[in-house]
Design a protein around this ligand. Structure first.
Ligand code: HEC
Length: 152
């Protein structure tokens, strides 16, 4: 191998290594917020006017006068546990993964969620409490498979 290819190889492995490093550094492993208070979460939910756009499965949630009725339901039946991490991500990084079950143009514009970004206004405590309040409203149900019966 000549010097140039050794250098090239070194460069490639450096780039690859730094890629791994970054991936490891950006991992959510070890992330855990303390438990919150669901009652305080309910208060924060209405105080922050999340009901401008959201209803909650199993709760009476009125919209906000002067605004169109809320159109995205939180909670309800899901086929997989809605994890703590997913809920937090939905709130602080809404465009990361848009809610399923809605036409994209209803909930987003150019790939960006229509949800407001609260990061500059919501305290970490409010976030913790809101997630604690919302999580029990999701009910895991088995997916509705269509079983095909084979003739015996
Ligand atoms: C201006 C309208 C609007 C407001 C206000 C709003 N949201 Fe949203 N929210 C949306 C839309 C649209 C979606 C669906 C697209 C997406 O996933 O970002 C959404 C999605 C979500 C989801 C994910 C739902 C799922 O099933 O994946 C959560 C959780 C959520 N919002 C929580 C909140 C909370 C908590 C507040 C108040 C702090 C709030 N939202 C305020 C519009 C809004």
């Amino acid at each position: 191998m000549n010097t140039r290819s050794v250098l090239a190889l070194l460069l490639v492995s450096l780039v690859a290594l730094s890629g791994c490093d970054r991936q490891a550094m950006m991992s959510e492993k070890g992330f855990r917020l303390p438990d919150g208070d669901p009652d305080a979460g309910r208060e924060a939910f209405f105080y922050m006017q999340c009901n401008q756009c959201h209803t909650i499965s199993g709760e009476q949630v009125a919209g906000i006068p002067g605004y169109p009725p809320p159109y995205v339901e939180l909670g309800g039946s899901v086929t997989q546990v809605r994890t703590y991490g997913q809920l937090i991500t939905s709130i602080i990084n809404p465009s990361h993964k848009l809610a399923t079950g809605y036409a994209t143009e209803v909930v987003s514009e150019d790939g960006v969620s229509k949800m407001y970004i609260y990061n500059e206004y919501m305290t970490v405590q409010e976030l913790i409490d809101i997630v604690m309040f919302l999580q029990p409203h999701y009910k895991v149900v088995p997916p509705d498979y269509q079983y095909r019966m084979y003739p015996g």
